[in-house]
Design a protein around this ligand. Structure first.
Ligand code: UFG
Length: 369
């Protein structure tokens, strides 16, 4: 009974793997490391006391997948792997369609061959499109403004068609709002390659001096302070949503179910900056620029379906998010690659309590999901 996590070395994947291990599950990670770091695997071992089997496999490769699925007794899959940069997808649409659609199809075909039909898919609130209602509900119409978003819309459709054709499948489509924050240990967090596209990683890089100032894209939206409003969800809450989704798939009769994962609360860009300044004690210089193409004014979730059906809810607010994001960035100013060599090569079997005495206290305080 092993859970295959594609993209498990990535930002959301690594936080989810830790929670699955904490839940007592066996996990295998498949990741190309194109957009992630092998250091994450050491960090997961440090935090959980368990070394997760890792396969450097591209899920677009059917032979490699067959080998992996023969080697491990996989019963469930969480599929995070995929290209995710909105701007890049506009410049390279064929690469995005080919990779995201092709790898998911190859993966689903391989799983079908091996009789593995419990599947969790990483979707996005971006599928609510440019005319999204706020709060967004799962049965609202879907659309997109860029190829990345369309790959999410199209894969969701593929999954619904698959579930309609074969009711042995149990598929959960999880629509993430704005994932932010980091593991409370400060050991795992978001490590974007190059200049960050997303708001909070940009803000934390300003605070450590890697960027000079934050550009706020638009302060003329019809919102209280004129800046865009988003539903920022702590990555620990998002990770716990996946654990709940798997539990749901084991008990449901529905071949496919879709859930929003958000807090249900909107925070403006300026509101997030203020919260971060409070959490970090650093002032963030801001320059206002025109709106960014494709951005909506307001996006937040109606998460009542996930609350009711999964028994899940987001527990962390914006202050926890900023505190944890700042701890991660402060401890890893250049991301994973800034580790001293000694630490980078560390392989440890030691239980977490010995190595991170603060963690049990954080857990008792309900901070670690
Ligand atoms: N923003 C800035 N300056 C920046 C970056 C962002 O002002 O440097 C603003 C944006 O204009 C927006 C808000 O901050 O108003 C949030 O932007 P992000 O890029 O952090 O997040 P988005 O809401 O655009 O997109 C995120 C994910 C997408 C996903 C989408 C779903 O990055 O992958 O949520 O709604 F599709």
């Amino acid at each position: 009974m092993t859970i295959l996590v594609t993209g498990g070395a990535g930002y959301i994947g690594s936080h989810t793997v830790i929670q699955l291990l904490d839940d007592g599950a066996d996990v295998v990670i498949a990741d190309t490391l194109e957009n992630s770091s092998a250091v994450v695997l050491d960090r997961i071992a440090e935090l959980t006391g368990r070394r997760v089997p890792f396969e450097q496999v591209d899920v677009s490769d059917p032979q490699a997948l067959d080998r992996l699925l023969t080697r491990y007794d996989v019963t469930e899959v969480i599929h995070f792997a995929g290209l995710k940069a909105v701007g890049e997808s506009v410049e390279q649409p064929l690469r995005y369609y080919s990779h995201n659609l092709g790898s998911t199809l190859t993966l689903l075909q391989a799983l079908d061959r091996h009789g593995i039909r419990r599947f969790v898919f990483s979707s996005s609130a971006t599928v609510y499109g440019p005319d999204a209602a706020a709060p967004a509900q799962e049965d609202d119409p879907t659309s997109a403004t860029n190829p990345y978003g369309w790959t999410k819309v199209m894969i969701e459709q593929m999954l619904r068609d698959l579930a309609a054709a074969d009711d042995r499948w149990r598929i959960a489509i999880l629509r993430y709002f704005n994932p932010v924050g980091a593991h409370p240990s400060g050991l795992i967090g978001e490590d974007p390659r190059g200049r960050p596209n997303n708001l909070l990683p940009f803000v934390t890089q300003v605070a450590v001096g890697r960027q000079n100032e934050l550009t706020v894209f638009g302060d003329d939206y019809p919102t209280a302070d004129g800046t865009g409003v988003r539903d920022f969800i702590h990555v620990e809450d998002l990770a716990s949503g996946h654990v709940h989704a798997l539990a749901h798939l084991r008990r449901t009769d529905e071949p496919v179910s879709t859930f929003n994962l958000g807090t249900g609360e909107g925070t403006s860009v300026r509101g997030l900056v203020t919260a971060f300044e409070r959490a970090s004690g650093h002032r963030i210089p801001v320059r206002v620029a025109p709106r960014r193409a494709g951005d909506v004014a307001v996006s937040y979730a109606d998460s009542s379906k996930a609350n009711d059906v999964l028994g899940w809810r987001a527990r962390h607010g914006i202050d926890d998010i900023c505190t944890d994001a700042w701890r991660w960035q402060r401890q890893n100013p250049l991301g994973y690659e800034s580790l001293p060599a000694r630490r980078r090569s560390a392989r440890t079997q030691a239980p977490r309590r010995q190595r991170y005495p603060l963690l049990p206290a954080l857990r008792l305080a309900g901070r670690a999901g």
